[in-house]
Design a protein around this ligand. Structure first.
Ligand code: RP5
Length: 168
């Protein structure tokens, strides 16, 4: 059975930033669930989620948070204690430091407990990376990802041809 992706965010204010992630997962036909869990505001729920994530059928967890963005690290920490699910962090842009605060909070994990961190607001890349991780055990996703790569290539090639025509 195809593993699900969990998209966990610290606040509903993160949802609009994370929409491209949900859209990409849907386009890839990857089943996913969305949760609002906070490392600081609902730590017990976050821990419980991480504790049961594997038995709930999740294969990858995407954790999005802003400011002192400990959500990915907390989930990765609980998971590391019991299982080996990969966690992808999405640092959310903030008004004070443009997301550098979120990025450093996520990416600077101590050794032994990794969080695979994408760019600030890199929601779609998180979905693509999740698909690449799941593709190791699901051949159909390799086809999906190869098609996506071809579409990207065709799109850039078309733009190249258009711009060359405009400036030649
Ligand atoms: C973080 O604090 C959330 O992930 C969000 O990015 C940020 C602000 O949250 P709200 O105050 O908008 O709920 O925990």
């Amino acid at each position: 059975m195809q593993k699900k992706v969990a998209v966990v965010m610290g606040s509903d204010s993160d949802l609009s930033t994370m929409q491209p992630c949900l859209d990409r997962l849907r386009a890839f036909s990857i089943p996913f669930e969305v949760r609002i869990l906070s490392a600081h505001r609902t730590p017990t729920a976050a821990e419980q989620f991480a504790f049961t994530a594997k038995e709930e059928g999740f294969g990858v967890i995407i954790a999005a948070a802003g400011k002192a963005a400990h959500l990915g690290g907390v989930i990765a920490g609980v998971i590391a204690a019991y299982t080996i699910l990969p966690v992808i962090g999405v640092p959310i842009k903030t008004s004070m430091m443009g997301g550098l605060d979120s990025l450093l909070s996520m990416v600077q994990m101590p050794k032994g407990v990794p969080v695979a961190c994408v760019a600030v607001d890199g929601a779609e890349n998180a979905a693509i990376l999740a698909a690449q991780i799941l593709a190791v055990g699901e051949p159909s996703l390799n086809v999906t990802l190869a098609k996506h790569k071809s579409e990207m290539e065709a799109s850039v090639t078309a733009k190249d041809q258009e711009i060359r025509g405009r400036f030649s």
